[in-house]
Ligand binder design. Structure first.
Ligand SMILES: Nc1ncnc2c1ncn2[C@@H]1O[C@H](COP(=O)(O)OP(=O)(O)OP(=O)(O)O)[C@@H](O)[C@H]1O
Ligand SMILES: [Mg+2]
Length: 310
């Protein structure tokens, strides 16, 4: 891009609101919870009304954010409203100190799991997410759907219709991604208009010049006819650059969402979204700023219903 083009104030396209997004992948430990929480928080920071739903029976985010009592509360049971259409939305929705609302997970997600069936893929949408979006109460609903192929995960996919898929390097994660694609994305009924919004290479730590799993992931996604279109700009490497990288003619780029200890500590130690943690620091490192920018690119991708492909 020439520097001249930066001088023109680009008109920002109007955000497409009224969407639910599940951050999902049928594999544990890939960054679903971390990404979902931070996406919800950044969307809210960009002025949107956001609801975050923890639909993972393990309740990672619910526990991290300090909703332990709700997690253990047998009356916090989404089955009532999702299956039996009984009760008020507000009974399940808790405010947070960050201007977005939260539906914590609870031990009762196991009841919801057993009462949902293969045919109930649209129930969560019909009885919970869609009315809230239609009311205009929320611009976006973000879901952490867990890593198992369960009825709840299916319902989350069905309720969302849009997904963001984090994928770290390594063969197990690649297998998890293939599983996700085959079992979920490919199988969605056509009328659901299901869309991948973005594939996010996550926890990248190596320079690309090394022949390591990190490079194999970034290179194969960039070369994939099927999947490269879902890569955010921070994960893209133009095909002509690979030769230059190998010839040592350019500084090795650092694509993807990097493995970032501040990002991890904000959630696991400080129990807060990354952006809110950074706000409280006296200074912010360049790496952390870059990571925040990447999260904000995901916000734009959600607002525009996908990666902008020229
Ligand atoms: N880019 C990153 N940099 C550093 N740490 C990360 C990054 N992404 C995720 N993590 C950390 O990796 C671990 C796994 O991430 P997370 O819990 O979000 O994965 P998950 O897919 O939700 O796992 P599960 O399937 O168990 O629910 C967590 O400790 C998280 O803080
Ligand atoms: Mg999780």
């Amino acid at each position: 891009m020439s520097t001249d083009s930066l001088e023109f104030q680009e008109e920002k396209a109007k955000p497409i609101t009224g969407q639910a997004v599940s951050v999902n992948m049928l594999k544990g430990g890939v960054g679903k919870s971390l990404l979902a929480l931070n996406l919800a928080d950044r969307l809210s920071q960009h002025g949107h009304d956001v609801l975050f739903m923890d639909l993972d029976p393990n309740g990672h985010i619910t526990e991290s954010l300090g909703y332990h009592d709700v997690f253990e509360d047998p009356t916090h049971d989404l089955t009532n409203i999702v299956i039996h259409e009984y009760g008020e939305f507000d009974e399940y929705i808790f405010p947070t100190g960050w201007e977005w609302d939260f539906v914590p997970a609870s031990v009762k997600l196991s009841t919801l799991e057993s009462e949902l069936s293969d045919n109930s893929i649209t129930l969560l949408k019909k009885n919970f997410t869609q009315p809230l979006l239609n009311d205009g109460k929320y611009d976006y609903i973000i879901m952490d759907g867990g890593g198992e192929w369960s009825h709840i995960a299916k319902a989350a996919y069905g309720a969302a219709g849009r997904t963001i898929i984090p994928i770290p390097p390594g063969d197990m994660n690649r297998a998890g991604f293939k599983r996700t694609y085959k079992r979920v994305v490919d199988k969605m009924p056509e009328q659901m208009d299901f869309k991948i919004l973005a594939i996010v290479p996550n926890m990248i730590s190596e320079y690309l010049k090394h022949d390591k799993a990190d490079r194999r992931l970034i290179e194969s996604l960039n070369h994939s006819e099927q999947f490269s279109r879902y890569l955010p700009s921070f994960a893209r490497i133009p095909s002509e650059d690979w030769d230059a990288i190998d010839a040592g003619e350019m500084d090795p780029p650092k694509p993807g969402l990097r493995k970032n200890s501040t990002l991890e500590n904000a959630l696991e130690e400080e129990n807060m979204p990354f952006g809110r943690y950074l706000e409280k620091q006296d200074s912010v490192s360049q790496n952390d700023r870059k990571t925040l920018n990447h999260l904000d690119e995901l916000v734009r991708i959600v607002e525009q219903e996908g990666v902008a492909n020229e």
